[in-house]
Design a protein around this ligand. Structure first.
Ligand code: NAD
Length: 352
């Protein structure tokens, strides 16, 4: 064995179907006497259900979570939270809602219970990104790591088809980069490969059976393993490119991950042959092609062009990437990166 460092994050996970029924018990374990339930406006109904389940322990619903965790939304949510004399946070939804719950935890250090309804993975990390105007700041602190995560597959049965694929590919990207990041280690790699295997298999079949509990359950379990990779592992070129593209051209988060992953992985492949072999075993084919085909076969955008990025932006994106690069297993070469982004912009197959 090579030397390695592994840091696992403390998390209490309840996984399965109808696990929401265990919410009152989990609230009690954390000694919460009054909890505010956070949702987006679109998922307010789920908040109502949880509130009814909690009865007197519910301090009400705050259904105003928004994308990118704007500080202006958090400030209002914190007022509501303080006025309702709550001492516990419950967030039910995707990464945006979980972000709001984390923002309240950052300011109060109160315990959080999170019920994720997408595959984005924020529930397993100590990372919080917040926006003020057009400035985004990200920090890592255990204060925002949820104490308890309840995965209930029932919520994912309604995940819209496009979001299922893009949110799933976003999760896979976390696990792929954990395999070759600077902080890679055998424990996390084992976790990453199993997450990718489960999620890839499930995503291939999900369009035909979107409400099949078994397929959705495999997808959610895979997404959880991938989320652990984001929480405990590191990232590399793929995440750097997605941050640059998202920040510079305001491209949608999960869709950008979906487009870039096959190309970033193909760029890194020559530098990580053993990882590619492991991924080949997990996906059953060349992994870049596997991820590209999952998007293509599900009518999800495979090009940056479709996401609205101007072609002239490619040079700028490469320039910013090279200015302040992340660790990457293959050295970053200007021509190689230009080539990568041209392929991603056109949406051609990563191996063509
Ligand atoms: P989202 O939370 O923005 O959700 C998008 C929309 O889908 C919302 O209207 C939401 O209510 C709805 N939705 C969610 N689950 C649904 C379901 N099961 N059925 C029907 N509708 C549903 O999207 P997301 O992709 O889950 O999260 C993306 C955000 O999470 C990004 O801002 C990203 O930066 C953040 N994120 C943060 C971390 C972290 O560690 N801090 C990790 C991953 C993602």
């Amino acid at each position: 064995m090579e030397n390695f460092i592994y840091t696992g994050l403390p998390a209490n996970v309840v996984f399965g179907q109808n696990t929401t029924e265990q919410l009152p018990e989990e609230v009690e374990k954390l000694n919460i006497s009054k909890a505010v339930i956070f949702t987006t406006p679109e998922q307010a109904q789920l908040g109502e259900k949880l509130s009814a389940l909690l009865g007197e322990t519910s301090a009400g619903i705050y259904p105003h979570a928004a994308m990118h965790t704007p500080v202006s939304v958090t400030d209002k949510a914190l007022d509501f939270y303080t006025q309702s004399k709550a001492d516990g946070i419950i967030a039910i939804g995707g990464g945006s809602t979980i972000g709001l719950g984390k923002a309240i935890a950052l300011r109060t250090d109160d315990p959080q219970i999170v019920l994720p309804t997408s595959y984005a993975g924020s529930e397993m990390t100590s990372i919080i990104g917040q926006t003020e105007g057009d400035r985004k700041t990200t920090q890592k602190t255990l204060k925002v790591l949820p104490e308890t995560v309840i995965y209930d597959v029932n919520y994912t049965l309604t995940l819209p088809p496009r979001m299922t694929i893009t949110s799933g590919m976003n999760a896979i990207a976390h696990a792929v980069e954990a395999l070759y990041a600077e902080q890679r280690n055998p424990i996390l790699s084992m976790n990453a490969i199993e997450g990718i295997r489960k999620l890839t298999l499930a995503l291939r079949g999900i369009a035909a059976r979107p409400d099949d509990v078994e397929t959705r359950s495999d997808a959610l379990y895979g997404a959880m393993l991938c989320a652990i990779c984001l929480g405990s592992g590191g990232v590399a070129l793929h995440h750097k490119l997605c941050h640059v593209l998202g920040g510079s051209f305001n491209l949608p988060h999960a869709e950008t991950h979906t487009v870039v992953l096959p190309h970033a992985l193909a760029y890194n492949a020559p530098a990580v042959p053993d990882t590619i072999l492991d991924l080949r075993r997990a996906t059953g084919e060349d992994p870049s092609t596997a991820f590209y085909n999952i998007a293509k076969n599900n009518d999800v955008p495979v090009s940056l062009k479709e996401l609205g990025m101007p072609k002239e932006g490619i040079e700028k994106a490469v320039h910013i990437t090279l200015e302040n690069p992340y660790f990457n297993p293959r050295p970053l070469e200007k021509d190689g990166l230009l080539d990568l982004l041209h392929h991603a912009w056109e949406g051609t197959s990563p191996t063509s």
